[in-house]
Design a protein. Sequence first.
Lengths: 325, 171, 474
Amino acid sequence: MINPEYYPLVRMVIFLVAMMAFVGLNALVLVYAERKIAGHVQRRPGPFHVGWHGLLQPLADAGKLMAKQLLTPWSSDKLLFWAAPLLSFLPVILLFLPIPFGETLYGLNVNLGVVLILAFSGLNVLALCLAGWASNNKYGLLGAARAVAQSVAYEIPLLISVLTVALMSGSLDLHAITVQQGAWPWQWYGVLNPLAFFIYFISILGETNRAPFDLPEGESELTAGFHTEYSGMGFGMFFLSEYANMVVVCCVASILFLGGYQGPIESGWWWFLLKVYALLFIIIWMRWTFPRVRFDQLLNINWRWLTPLALLNLVGTVIVLRLAG
Amino acid sequence: MQELQALSPYAYGLYLLIILGGSLAAALCKNLIRAMAGLITAMLGAAGMYMMLNAPFVAMMQVLIYVGAVSVLIFFAIMLTKTPAGDSPELGSSSKIAAGLVVGVMPFVFLVSACLNYFKQQVETPPDIPVDQLGQDLLTRYALGFELISVVLFVAMAGAVILGFERRRSQ
Amino acid sequence: MPTSTFLLCLPELYQMALALVLFAVILANPNQRANLSWLPAAAAVNIVLAACALPLKGLLFYDAYQIDGLSQFFKLAIAAGFFITTLNAVRQPTLETDKRTDYFFLLSVSALGLMLLASTVELVSIYIALEASSYSLYAIIALRGKDRRAAEAGIKYIMFGAAATAISLYGFSYILATQHTSYISELAAKSWSFAEAPGAAIGLMLFLAGFFYKLALFPFHFWCPDVYQGSSNETAAYVATLPKLGAVVVLVRMAALLKPGLEITTLIAVFGALSMTYGNFAALAQKDLKRILGYSSVAHAGYVTLGLVSGTAQGLAASAFYIVVYLVMNLACFWVVCRLSGNGENLQLEDLGGLFKRQPFLAFVLAVSAFSLVGLPPTAGFMGKLFLITSAWNHGYNWLVIVAAVNTAISIYYYLNMVRHAYTKESPEYPIAAKPGAASAVWGGVLAAAVLFLGVLPSPVFQWALTAGKQLLP
């Protein structure tokens, strides 16, 4: 038998492995969803030939990615070039640790869950920088520069809106924040403070480089931005981490603003997944609905609107909480 | 958690190695970006040290601020700066390097020996300070310093803008 | 009592308001053509406020901010110094017009940081107040037209300053680890001897390094001549004087923790002796006036330690008095330098030639300040040195007193060399352009008069310093 003292450790390890599987599987689902939704938004069927309604298409894509040769550009910084995709992918798995998927379904019970996620999600942009720079490719570098400017900017309203919720709940523990909200929508922080939810949602689009804020990748002007030079699983890693990041931010959104695993009738992980996938669907939907913004517009939206709005919202929340006792 | 605590010297050694390796890379790499990668590694190691001190909040802040934000800004600064054309200036004669080494190593040796000799070995776990306690202290006993930091940041930003900003010449 | 709290820190609040007004002016004039002639008058108001605030006492901000004799004494000196520097810098030839308001904004924030430094009695706040004053200096040192020397000076100041700060903070961690508090009032009860608290003793020494850097004391002096030389004359006048007040006020507060015979005290004394000797000998070989003044301030930093190591109220008062004297005589000296250098260039010794014939009044001000820097009666420098030497004698550091006396003799040469150039040499072939107006002569005269006044009648000012010292070391 295992010494009971090691249970938290064992639980963590099992959870990490499970999360790797979840991230992989999830990427397959999201790729399929993305392409199908894109297709239907543009009035075409999307992938259709591999399997029933193209269901096996993501698997075929994954096979192609893994089978592809790994090319290292001749003039790149080899060490950093290959460190970047790893640095992009590994912390993402860590981000799932404090997320409570259900009442008892979590990897690590830590009372600073929100801070942990915010801290380690910042590593992703670093990976993008290193990737862009190490490729020694001007498109790559431009993509990295855009990624930096964008993520540093959007991190601020994101943090402030999270702070607003932390202030309302008086806790940084994701589990506690979930429990404080009730099962019904009018008890959720997203309904009580819709502005914070709105700001958070816009900011995560910027943070995860999703359209309409996907300038670091900008296919039409930068070929693919920071991952131009990556082939095979090098690209695959970035791809995986991008989708995993999307899932993480949606998980956090569903916990902070939508009551987490709590739901009407019967609380449980199904509510959690339902909320997460609903948010993911909206994000994908937005990508195929809104055109990409220009870079100055991107920064103006953040510095002129989102950040002041988030600050005002924080102050307003403080005042309301104070008056309400 | 007794058994887990037995692991702590190894964790300490690991973090120490990370910090040392990172700072050596930061100091010795000629390539600026690699030096920055070393710096980031050292900062992550420092975050680990905070964990050992049972200060997870500070550790997370270390990662959030230094690894996630400050180093990214340094990266930005490196990318926006022109690398000087031609060779980098010579380091100087070997006697200068030797003198520099002596000056650099002496305080290191002195301080390390001071630390080893004069500081009590602390084996018990430091108390876990909740975040709200930290906040309370920042707004009472350390309120002045906390507020003054905003002045410092304000001046730093203003100074950077004044030095770095070229006003667009209106024709 | 909120109103009295408000009144207690009126000089700081006024200074802060001044900085904010300047910031508003920057925002209101995007092309920076603002008229700033009101600034010296506004700065002068603060002298009055600080003088009125002299007798106040109080503790603010959860005991981290102390209004006492020492802080008010230094705040008055800082307000006066800020007034003179603004007056001096308003017509700065090497400052681009579109950066003028920015320059004064940073200057006022720096003075604000120093005022706060005078009152903070908690190590973290002390450190941050010091940074508030330094950060603005980092920026303004580099503002000298497009001069490369200024950029070099700015970078040197930042790099060395950052290193000194790092040492300081590292030492702070030792203090916190061993003494478990950052409040000076609580630290005063602890032991600082190496035998009883080795970690704390090392920590305090390292912590003081940051202030030795600002003061340009011997092992941390190397930036001083380079920064004076590289920065514009007016900026150098500020950097050479006011930050040293801030450093000394903290050193005086910390020296109240120490007793003669402690390892730290001896080390400070050794640094002081080395600082005097090195500064004076290095100054002998200089040709550039600002470099001479740079090494001279290294030497004067050494003199100040005389009072710090004595461990008596008289000693602390003598240090405080001396640094104020240093402020006045150096401002007088820089006033002459700035007025003579019409285009903002650095002055060489030869440029002083024949000054007596061209500008007799400025030559007189220069002579007074040089006599005072040497420490000859009847100037303030003499009284300052006298107080220092008498307070330090018979407190275990007699050798330091002797070193100081010998050094004074050495320094006679290069200070009087300036006077000799001004009075006996012929004008250079192409004398530098200088057209000082009546106003500049008046203010130069005021500074010279202040130097003479502090030399003839030092007791009013010294009594204030002594009361302050007795509050620290009853």
